[in-house]
Design a protein around this ligand. Structure first.
Ligand SMILES: NC(=O)c1ccc[n+]([C@@H]2O[C@H](COP(=O)([O-])OP(=O)(O)OC[C@H]3O[C@@H](n4cnc5c(N)ncnc54)[C@H](O)[C@@H]3O)[C@@H](O)[C@H]2O)c1
Ligand SMILES: [Fe+2]
Length: 382
């Protein structure tokens, strides 16, 4: 990707959810498909969304069947609601799972066929149906990104679909909708965002714009994630985390990711594990692996965001400092220490490796490995 793509409108800050009404009215849209899950459908945030749609003179239908790590079947069921009775636009309400399910529905609506055929980079035939992504976790950044991750249960893989044509119309990051996140979800989603920022910063596709976003995201996450986990009612910490994961999402959507995500997608596909937890466990080991060769002092830059002044040190040394910091942060946030604790089985390592090397995120990892390198990361993280 050579351009820099983010949604047309990006709403941030307490109370911004209500601002969507004016944009919907301005376009004259009459009917929305809401894509969410049964938990979110019972929340106050859902009621606020309905009030905002009503204020815009807009009706709606709801798909509430999205599961964590959304599936091809979710996409087909949700698309079934609009196949014969179309909606003007889609609203996703929830975390990355709702946004990705909604994007996949939007892809099916305008590009046709089965979602499986769009796995890979740049395969969409047309921009997706307009999407308002109301984000309630912080987070995947999916409300900002041109990425969509759908689980194919038949093949036990997560399909990574990458294309700027699926970038949403409006992203909404209202931190008051995130106050209800329990500590474990706050920790996992926050570590996902940290992984996005670090992988984007060392990606072979990084640019000056994605670098600026990634480094600021790292600074805000390490300052505010522990506070958000330790006191979920801390609105400032929630707000700063919402901003940080937004910046990390914008960074990686344009710079892409690396081996942490390429491997984590397989763990999600095989064991249905929470995405952020898989990333958090793998991150220090991939950082260690990437530090085995020089990548122009990038890990010293990251270390300086962590408060470690390592200017002019080599990547081998500074990557160890970064990996060590992440291990300690994981422990403080209650993230399990290794893949064994998550229930990952050694006998699946070869399958995980094979699919990780095919994942769209593998191509931009700064140090390219064959199967042996991925196996070494898995063994170290086990
Ligand atoms: N498309 C992208 O750019 C991208 C990037 C990273 C991850 N992902 C994908 O996103 C998915 C993970 O998304 P996620 O980590 O945001 O979690 P999620 O969307 O799977 O949600 C996890 C659970 O948290 C609940 N929840 C959501 N908001 C809540 C709130 N405010 N309070 C209480 N509970 C709440 C949900 O109902 C759900 O049960 C994975 O499938 C992953 O692969 C996508
Ligand atoms: Fe992620």
């Amino acid at each position: 990707m050579s351009g820099f793509y983010i949604p047309q409108n990006n709403l941030l800050g307490p109370g911004c959810l209500e601002e969507i009404s004016a944009s919907i009215s301005a376009r004259g849209y009459r009917k929305a498909l809401i894509v969410t899950d049964t938990f979110m459908e019972k929340t106050d945030t859902y009621k606020r969304l309905i009030r905002a749609l009503t204020a815009a003179g807009c009706g709606w239908k709801v798909y509430n069947g999205t599961v964590p790590n959304p599936t091809v079947e979710n996409v087909e069921e949700a698309y079934g609601l609009i196949a014969k009775d179309p909606c003007d636009f889609i609203v996703s309400l929830g975390g990355g799972s709702s946004h990705d399910c909604a994007k996949a529905v939007g892809i099916t609506a305008t590009s046709g066929g089965c979602i499986r055929q769009y796995a890979g980079t740049g395969k969409l035939k047309a921009p997706i149906l307009p999407l308002i992504a109301v984000n309630t976790t912080a987070g995947t950044g999916s409300e900002v990104t041109g990425f969509c991750i759908i689980t194919d249960r038949q093949r036990k893989v997560k399909l990574a679909i990458v294309d700027p044509a699926m970038t949403s119309w409006i992203s909404v990051n209202d931190p008051t909708t995130m106050l209800s996140k329990p500590p474990a979800l706050t920790a996992a989603t926050g570590m996902d965002a940290l992984t996005h920022a670090i992988e984007a910063y060392v990606s072979t596709n990084a640019t000056c714009v994605t670098d600026a976003l990634a480094l600021q995201a790292i600074r805000q996450i390490i300052k505010f994630l522990p506070a958000a986990v330790e006191n979920g009612a801390d609105l400032e910490a929630r707000d700063k985390m919402a901003e940080a994961q937004f910046m990390a999402g914008a960074a990686f959507s344009n710079a892409s990711l690396g081996y942490v995500h390429a491997i984590a997608h397989q763990l999600g596909g095989i064991y249905n594990l929470p995405h952020g937890v898989c990333n958090a466990v793998l991150l220090p080991f991939v950082v260690g692996f990437n530090g085995s060769r020089s990548i122009s002092g990038r890990f010293a830059d990251i270390a300086s965001c962590l408060g470690k002044d390592l200017i002019n040190t080599n990547d081998r040394f500074s990557s160890k400092i970064v990996a060590d910091y992440i291990m300690k942060l994981n422990a403080r946030l209650g993230i399990p220490p290794n893949l064994k604790t998550l229930g990952v089985k050694k006998e699946d390592f070869e399958l995980i490796t094979e699919h990780a090397l095919e994942d769209a995120c593998a191509a931009t990892n700064p140090v390219q490995a064959g199967a042996e390198g991925i196996l070494a990361i898995l063994k170290a993280a086990w």
